[in-house]
Design a protein around this ligand. Structure first.
Ligand code: SAH
Length: 252
């Protein structure tokens, strides 16, 4: 059995209880060493074999899983954040299906949630934005034509960019081409929830400069939109006048 587990964004106590239990029981752990906090490995069984997938190919990862399976062992595949986002788990699951190896997935706290916490922010503010676009700038990994950054930016909603910190000159251009005003608030969140977390607030037109001045080149998320500003409407849900299924309001 293979367990795909979301390790959370960095802080070791942000893994789920289920994830932590499965980690502690694992015979083999394959972890994404470039981003997963190695502190998470400390509670492993004494005889647990550990592999850092940072330097491994898909084929090598699958070979480790297959060998463990033949020996009747349990493998944990530990991915950063939540495995469903840029986790490359589908290609592993499809091969495990072919190999007849069973698996399950334990979700994790994604870094985009960690970034919101670092910012003390709410992505979905009434009358500001009710949608979050999670995307990336096209680089060596292409992005489908219909999802070009300028097109995504045309919605003007909250945006969270993964894997794009090295491309911020282009990110700025595309965001403004898509319609964000140059002074739209933005923030770079470096290593959200890690001890060395940093938050750099700026605007869409100063993203590249801000990253350069603070030497941020990777392990960061770019967040953009009015949710970082000061204007919003209060919620209906907690408005004394508003009636809903659980509460009668003072009006109507
Ligand atoms: N599955 C992960 C994302 C993996 S892609 C998740 O749900 O968070 C790797 C990218 O995620 C990095 O390039 C960076 O943009 C972002 N990232 C991962 N951990 C981060 C963290 N703690 N703080 C900021 N960005 C992070």
């Amino acid at each position: 059995m293979v367990h795909f587990i979301g390790a959370g964004p960095g802080a070791p106590d942000l893994i789920t209880l289920r994830g932590a239990r499965l980690l502690a029981e694992a015979d083999v752990i394959i972890y994404a060493g470039s981003l997963v906090n190695p502190t998470l490995l400390e509670g492993r069984k004494a005889d647990c074999a550990v592999y850092d997938s940072a330097s491994m190919t898909l084929e090598e990862v699958l070979a480790v899983m297959e060998q463990a399976e033949r020996a009747g062992k349990t493998t944990v595949r530990l991915h950063t954040g939540d495995p469903s986002l840029y986790g490359a788990i589908r290609e592993q699951m499809d091969q495990l299906d072919k190999m007849g190896v069973s698996y399950d997935v334990t979700p994790g706290v994604s870094s985009f949630s960690g970034a919101a916490a670092a910012l003390n922010a709410e992505y979905t503010l009434p009358n500001v934005s009710q949608s979050v676009i999670i995307t990336r700038m096209a680089g060596r990994t292409p992005v489908p034509e219909g999802e070009a950054l300028a097109k995504m930016a045309s919605h003007g909603c909250t945006m969270v960019l993964f894997l794009s910190t090295g491309l911020l000159e282009d990110v700025e251009k595309e965001l403004m081409k898509g319609g964000y005003a140059p002074d739209t608030p933005a923030a770079i969140v470096y290593k959200a929830t890690w001890p060395d977390q940093q938050v750099y607030r700026c605007t869409v037109s100063t993203l590249a400069r801000t990253a350069r001045e603070n030497h941020v080149t990777k392990t960061a998320l770019i967040t953009v939109g009015g949710f970082l500003g000061s204007e919003y409407e209060r919620s209906k849900l907690y408005d004394p006048a508003f009636t809903h299924g659980c509460r009668k309001g003072t009006e109507g």
